[in-house]
Design a protein around this ligand. Structure first.
Ligand code: FES
Ligand code: FES
Length: 173
């Protein structure tokens, strides 16, 4: 603890260890955006509803507006800035969103991309073809005000088929 109302936190964010001093009640989304300048994590509703603030915590999707920074102490966090390939190329889910024109204003996009990466990773390559109902069920946890979702559904399908092929070859997601 560094003062009466702040604590030292240490976590791995996008592969790098970061150390900070945060007020007890500072949200993880605010720590990422304000202290680490990782502004790709967007904040919409701040009530756990819209999904814009989704990040991976130890590989699982989490609403960073519902989590305190101190709760992330000792955890591994991945934000949208951390999903591209080591060579700088887009993650297949990012590329699918781009190629399928699955965004307009883009406010929701980091949350959709992060949650889709986690979803397809958990689903695995042997689960068979994705139905549209499955995709829409997955997407129901996030809100997009612009696209009408059709292109987002297409992007998830494209990413699922590319990642399924990659996983079947033993490649990294
Ligand atoms: Fe976190 Fe909307 S800002 S779910
Ligand atoms: Fe604008 Fe989804 S692209 S909110």
């Amino acid at each position: 603890m560094t003062s009466a109302d702040s604590r030292k936190v240490e976590m791995v964010v996008n592969g790098e260890t970061v150390v900070g001093s945060v007020p007890d009640r500072k949200l993880l989304c605010d720590f990422l955006r304000e202290d680490l300048s990782l502004t790709g994590t967007h904040v919409g509703c701040e009530q756990g509803v819209c999904g814009a603030c989704t990040v991976l915590v130890d590989g699982r999707p989490a609403r960073s507006c519902l989590m305190l920074a101190v709760q992330a102490h000792g955890r591994t966090i991945t934000t949208i800035e951390g999903v591209s390939r080591p060579d700088g190329s887009l993650h297949p889910v990012q590329r699918a969103f781009h190629e399928q024109h699955a965004l307009q204003c883009g406010f929701c996009t980091p949350g959709f991309v992060i949650s889709t990466i986690a979803y397809l990773d958990e689903r695995g390559p042997d689960a068979g073809p994705l139905s549209e109902d499955e995709v829409r069920e997955h997407l129901s946890g996030s809100v997009c005000r612009c696209t009408g979702y059709t292109n987002i559904v297409r992007a998830v399908h494209q990413a699922a088929s590319e990642l399924g092929a990659l996983q079947a070859e033993g490649g990294e997601l």
